[in-house]
Design a protein around this ligand. Structure first.
Ligand SMILES: *Cc1c(COP(=O)(O)O)cnc(C)c1O
Length: 398
């Protein structure tokens, strides 16, 4: 039984004052085409059945909601449950979104899928889904990133994707996004653009949330089975915000459930460099939508940094921007150092090596659980596994 409030009307693409679509006219045409098809297929019983099938048989859903007993005992407060997205095929929540969108692309008759990637995680997930469905796949990546992430480039190539290096400007994620959008404008009749987080112009934040909300739907049902009541707090790390909105959305109407998003505080919010637009940014427009942005007073972007490459983005999803502005959710920052400590503590106590991204959420749970009582519960979204980060942590601790 679905406990999620159904969307009865089409969304406008605005979440309060945030979101929208600030793009050139030709690109708007491509976005309208995607939106139209999303509404056409999202409630289609065949589409839902196919999505359920691959969620179960290929990704391995539902994944467990696991009571972290030793961590809970050590902290001496609220019970900590981990939503185990890191057990999904390819090791994170990203595959949920990619699977949904590739099925949509297939229904739309697209022959080609394109995507941008920074650290390579979204590129690998996209290449994986395209391999499974035999779709042509082109991944745009900044030239600088192709060097830093050579192993992920090789992974994508193994999976049959073509990796195209973007050689303009700073040769990182921004240029990869520009290259992918140019490709889409020219080829939208046969090409689908797979966006990797709950960001970008409408309809992407809505589409990505739709496919990630499986996290929160499962978690809600699982906690009710285990505890007989809703959780007191749910929390997740926020880069663009897809794993977080996936967990949060099905709990949004439950006013007694406290929602906390955890941003990367980098070397510190005050003096240091961070990537925390909700904690320390101001409203602005980035990549075709309005949200909180890490920017200077004149509107140019500030340099960002996080120990976790997947959280290092100066903007954030429009729905998170609205959840902050409306007060429904709270957003906090965790520093590189705190995340690194949580990475090690969870590994030692639970035998689970979390992604550095997810370690930010774990770190905040470690902070607040001791102040809560033993009959209270926290759900932490464990967005990914840390195998990809072991080398980096090894070098940092050495
Ligand atoms: C990409 C990534 C994130 C950040 O992306 P969101 O869209 O904010 O979820 C978080 N955790 C992991 C493991 C990732 O790979």
């Amino acid at each position: 039984m679905s406990v999620v409030k159904q969307e009865l009307v089409k969304e406008t693409g605005y979440y309060g004052e945030f979101g929208g679509s600030f793009v050139p006219e030709e690109l708007q045409k491509a976005l309208d085409h995607i939106e139209e098809n999303f509404y056409k297929f999202k409630d289609d019983p065949d589409f839902i059945e196919e999505l359920d099938y691959y969620n179960r048989e290929y990704i391995g859903r539902p994944n467990p909601l696991y009571l972290a007993e030793r961590l809970t005992e050590k902290l001496g407060g609220a019970k900590i449950y981990l939503k185990r997205e890191e057990l999904n095929h390819t090791g994170s929540h990203k595959i949920n979104n990619v699977l949904g969108q590739v099925l949509l692309a297939k229904r739309m008759g697209a022959k080609r899928v394109i995507a941008e990637t920074g650290a390579g995680q979204h590129g690998v997930a996209t290449a994986t889904a395209c391999a499974m469905f035999g779709m042509e796949c082109v991944i745009y990546m900044g030239e600088e990133d192709t060097r830093r992430q050579a192993l992920n480039v090789f992974r994508m190539e193994l999976l049959g994707a073509k990796v195209v290096a973007a050689t303009e400007g700073s040769r990182t994620l921004k240029e990869a996004v520009d290259a992918a959008l140019n490709d889409l404008m020219e080829n939208y009749k046969n090409t689908y653009y797979m966006l990797g987080s709950a960001v970008g112009p409408h309809p992407y934040p809505m589409i990505v949330r739709h496919f990630q909300a499986v996290i929160g739907r499962e978690a809600r049902q699982q906690i009710l089975e285990k505890e007989g009541k809703l959780p007191d707090v749910i929390m997740a790390c926020v880069g663009g915000g897809s794993n977080a909105i996936g967990l949060f959305h099905p709990f949004e109407a439950d006013k007694d459930v406290k929602i906390i998003g955890v941003e990367p505080g980098g070397t510190g919010i005050e003096a240091g460099i961070h990537a925390a637009p909700l904690v320390a940014g101001t409203p602005g427009v980035i990549h075709g939508f309005k949200c909180y942005v890490v920017q200077k007073e004149d509107g140019t972007l500030k340099d960002t940094h996080s120990i976790a490459a997947g959280l290092d983005y100066p903007g954030v999803g429009p729905q998170h921007s609205h959840l902050k502005a409306s007060g429904r959710a709270e957003y906090v920052a965790i520093t590189d150092k705190e995340a690194l400590d949580a990475f090690q503590l969870l590994s030692k106590l639970e035998g689970i090596i979390p992604a550095l991204e997810s370690s930010h959420a774990v770190a905040h749970a470690i902070k607040i659980a001791p102040q809560m009582s033993k009959d209270q519960t926290i759900i932490v979204n464990l967005s990914g596994r840390g195998d990809k980060d072991v080398q980096q942590v090894f070098e940092m601790l050495k």
